[in-house]
Design a protein around this ligand. Structure first.
Ligand SMILES: [Zn+2]
Length: 271
């Protein structure tokens, strides 16, 4: 099978596959990575979420594929919901309803190709896809959602010292590990970043989480960062990546091997 491919093409990445390979391939799981184009404090690039989604997607699909999963990673969608960053330059907004329609079209293309197990690998906190999952719930295909930045909370404190929100310690650690050439530093080697401090809301109920809002990012932050980035290291980035890859590659393998029977995705009934 693989000799149908160009020498350096990785068969788990759709963008690198040719038609000769794809028309004969048995692909059962598709992963759609979603990033964003937005400021990340003063030191990380606008494409941070795109790089994160792509690197995580490539690694989990490589590992799952090499263990036997019939999985394909789609190209990363570089834009996301930025309605709360409207006042920051070149935060490239796609409204939630538009993004949902776009994803429904992609899901239809996958289903049309016989792929009914679909994973959204979301790298951007402004994207909220649970309503989309509910919209699609009545269909035959099953769409799974992973907000990867939420999946390490049980071990977060064993790796990091400061909470992550946006361009903080975790994101900066991943950047230092996987795209260090795009992390801006001062002449003394420290990050070209401020403290990532944010303002409290004036309402106690909002600060407690009893009442929710979406936060206007230009008022909340000083330079778009929310979370202290200066404790970041490449080693911490590698640690969290290893954890994400272990968890998600195992999931992709199980998903690939799971039969689309009448009980899917629940355990088989014993009766
Ligand atoms: Zn980010």
């Amino acid at each position: 099978m693989e000799k149908q491919m160009a020498n350096d093409a990785r068969p788990w990445l759709l963008a690198e596959c040719n038609y000769e390979y794809v028309k004969n391939a048995d692909i059962r799981v598709a992963v759609i990575p979603l990033g964003a184009t937005e400021p990340h404090n003063l030191h990380l690039p606008y494409g941070t979420d795109v790089y994160e989604a792509t690197i995580i997607g490539e690694r989990i699909c490589a590992e799952a594929f090499q263990r036997g999963a019939a999985v394909s990673l789609l190209p990363t969608i570089p834009f996301g919901v930025q309605t709360n960053m409207r006042n920051l330059p070149l935060a490239m907004n796609v409204n939630p309803a538009t993004l949902d329609l776009f994803l429904i079209d992609l899901v239809d293309s996958l289903v049309n190709s016989g792929i009914e197990k679909i994973v959204l690998l979301n790298s951007h906190g402004g994207n909220d896809f649970k309503p989309l999952l509910r919209t699609l719930a009545g269909r035959d295909q099953t769409v799974f959602l992973c907000d990867w930045f939420k999946m390490v909370q049980d071990v977060y404190d064993s790796i990091f010292d400061h909470p992550e929100d946006h361009a903080g310690e975790m994101e900066t650690s991943l950047a230092l590990a996987y795209f260090p050439h795009l992390v801006a530093t001062q002449p003394d080697g420290s990050l070209m970043a401020d403290e990532g401090a944010t303002r409290d809301n004036r309402f106690h109920a909002v600060n407690q989480g009893w009442v929710q809002i979406t936060r206007k990012w230009d008022r909340l932050t000083t330079n778009s960062g929310s979370g202290y980035p200066h404790a970041a290291t490449a080693e911490k980035g590698e640690q969290v990546m290893a954890l994400i890859c272990n968890r998600l590659s195992q999931f992709l393998l199980e998903l690939s091997e799971s039969r689309l029977d009448d009980d899917f995705p629940f355990v088989e009934s014993t009766s």
